[in-house]
Design a protein around this ligand. Sequence first.
Ligand SMILES: *Cc1c(COP(=O)(O)O)cnc(C)c1O
Length: 400
Amino acid sequence: MSLGHGRHYLAIPGPSVMPDRVLQAMHRAAPNIYRGELPEMMSGIVADLKAVARTDGNVAIYICNGHGAWEAALSNTMRRGDKILVLGTGRFCHGWGEMAEGLGIDIQTIDFGSRSDIDMARVAEALDADKDHTIKAVLAVHVDTSTSVRNDIAALRHTLDATGHPALLFSDNIASLACDAFEMDKWGVDLMVTGSQKGLMTPPGIAFVFFNEKADKARDRADLVSRYWDWRPRVEAEVFYRYFCGTAPTHHLYGLRTALDMIVHEEGLEAVWRRHSVLARAVWAALDGWGTSGTVEANIPNLTKRSHAVTTVNVGSGNGARLRDWMEQNYGVTLGIPLIGTDGGPENLEDYLRIGHMGHVSGHMVLGVLAGMQAGMSALQIPHNEGGLNAAMQVVAEAA
Ligand SMILES: *Cc1c(COP(=O)(O)O)cnc(C)c1O
């Protein structure tokens, strides 16, 4: 029989769980876009977005997904034929690089494989070799959602500074913003992209490009940007429609307003980071516990390099797919499909799954997922040690 007939939990790494309050905020008649509450909400939304990004810089908002923000970032800063350095630690940085190629940008890629983070020594080597400073930007992903690695963006800034290279530093925080600690200004990030549907707990459909003065200077020489994607009119717009170059995403803005209230004004951003950190450690404790007599393991071996928002798991022998199916059919939880393997990663994709633990996620949700995984492994006779769940509970007990 199936025990999946309660409230379903989509535990994939985005779109993430939306709070009922966010959904309720969106359930309303079409608002006036010319005056009143909605246009007046805008300056507060912009301020709170900057608070979440930890920046005093600018934010441009687009009606699109993360891929659109990738393209907006590149087109506002690059000229056709410019070169960028792509630091591949999974599917997503390569994806951003492919977007650049499509725009006529020349890409140089360093691939760090599917189980490790950026090796700063190799980055320094590539920057040192670029004597004429032809590399205009370095692209990194803070958390690569395919491998679940977390890159050290502050160290990347140190590497750029140590080599004296003037390239812009771009960070993709689509999976990490409001999950993993991030300090845009303190870490010297020139441009950061994110989307609404992961840590920001709002439906997919709006995306954000944060940028500082240095990135905005690059806009002067950029020749790839069209009027629609131009970030300048979207920043501190005097007329509401200019923020979006047309009709606003009215209902998304109401949802986002509520999500930002929850993150910035109620729980507090640093408490949000701490919650993600504890819940991630509970997931890892379970994996370690299960793994001692089986093959279950986190894809990223180094604990300090793991995302707090998503965990990619190797369950071995085709068991990732079997366990995912079991969880969805019998338990009311949908886990994430694997995305590694597309760029020199493992071939045996069926061995993998991903657990999303980002955004509106509590202790009982994560322990519920882990308990279900342990039940599923028992039901499917997947080799594992029973101690996993207890180890996760211990992490929760110690933190609470
Ligand atoms: C989800 C994600 C993307 C892609 O976002 P879309 O909204 O699907 O375009 C890009 N980068 C990272 C790190 C992501 O997690």
